[in-house]
Design a protein around this ligand. Structure first.
Ligand SMILES: [Zn+2]
Length: 257
């Protein structure tokens, strides 16, 4: 479920980037931006229903909803397992302490599963679901992880945001059924603009990376404010002359793999 498809500067009907990956009882939230509670409410998912959380990095559009998600889990029976880099984990815990000091975090039933920020690692989430993470290019002081989910006998999903095209993302996306990649900028709508100066990608770069990795399908997310109203242009830009299957989802859109 594409909970939110915008970037930090959410605009129009697009809120900050958020994803929900569901498989039977398995529910994993990806990113926990400022409006995460509204995003979950829209698809009728409660905070206590979320068993797993992945956070790519610590920028506010990916983290500022964490204290509210955590608060809404108070005395929850089910555990929330949080997969993120050590730096991001520390910043999430700091956010909680800043806004709810004195509220014992043990009541939130959280399990912190800190991931290495400088190496590739594979983690079993459940018997049949594996998460692989890898460091991707990021702004100074903001370690950022890309991710790949493999479902035994099922699809493979790769995810990279707030980054420029890089070899680690290509490896994560190798042969995947769906690559969810950021397109903060557009080479067509913003010619001459250098996205790498902001550690972000264009739709064209996302398409090139998807083809190089052999991804079967590409979804563009984290769309910048001046391009997010032109989904067809972005899809064409990413596709180029190829027959790559490109999706520019709206907030709340759900797809099945
Ligand atoms: Zn962002």
């Amino acid at each position: 479920v594409f909970l939110g498809t915008g970037g930090a500067f959410a605009k129009g009907r697009r809120s900050n980037l958020g994803l929900l990956i569901e498989d039977g009882d398995f529910t994993m939230l990806v990113e926990v931006g400022p409006v995460v509670m509204q995003q979950l409410a829209r698809v009728n998912v409660q905070a206590a229903d979320v068993g797993f959380l992945f956070v790519s990095h610590s920028h506010g559009d990916h983290t500022l909803g964490f204290p509210m998600l955590a608060l809404n889990r108070i005395d929850a029976e089910g555990r929330l397992r949080i997969y993120t880099g050590a730096t991001t984990a520390w910043r999430l815990k700091t956010l909680w302490r800043l806004v709810y000091p004195g509220l014992d975090p043990r009541r939130l039933n959280l399990q912190w599963c800190e991931l290495p920020e400088t190496s590739v690692v594979e983690t079993k989430l459940t018997g049949g679901i594996t998460l692989r993470t890898a460091p991707v290019h990021h702004p100074p002081g903001v370690p950022t992880l890309g991710a790949r989910w493999e479902f035994a006998g099922g699809p493979t999903i790769a995810f990279a945001t707030d980054t420029v095209p890089n070899p680690a993302t290509i490896e994560l996306a190798r042969g995947c059924d769906l690559l969810i990649h950021e397109a903060s900028f557009s080479a067509v709508l913003q010619p001459g603009y250098d996205p790498s100066a902001h550690s972000h990608s264009t739709a064209r770069q996302a398409g090139e990376l998807a083809r190089e990795a052999g991804a079967k399908r590409l979804a563009l997310v984290h769309l910048g404010p001046s391009i997010c109203g032109h989904p067809n242009v972005l899809a064409d830009e990413a596709r180029g002359a190829s027959d790559l299957d490109v999706l520019v989802p709206s907030d709340g859109e759900r797809i099945s793999l």
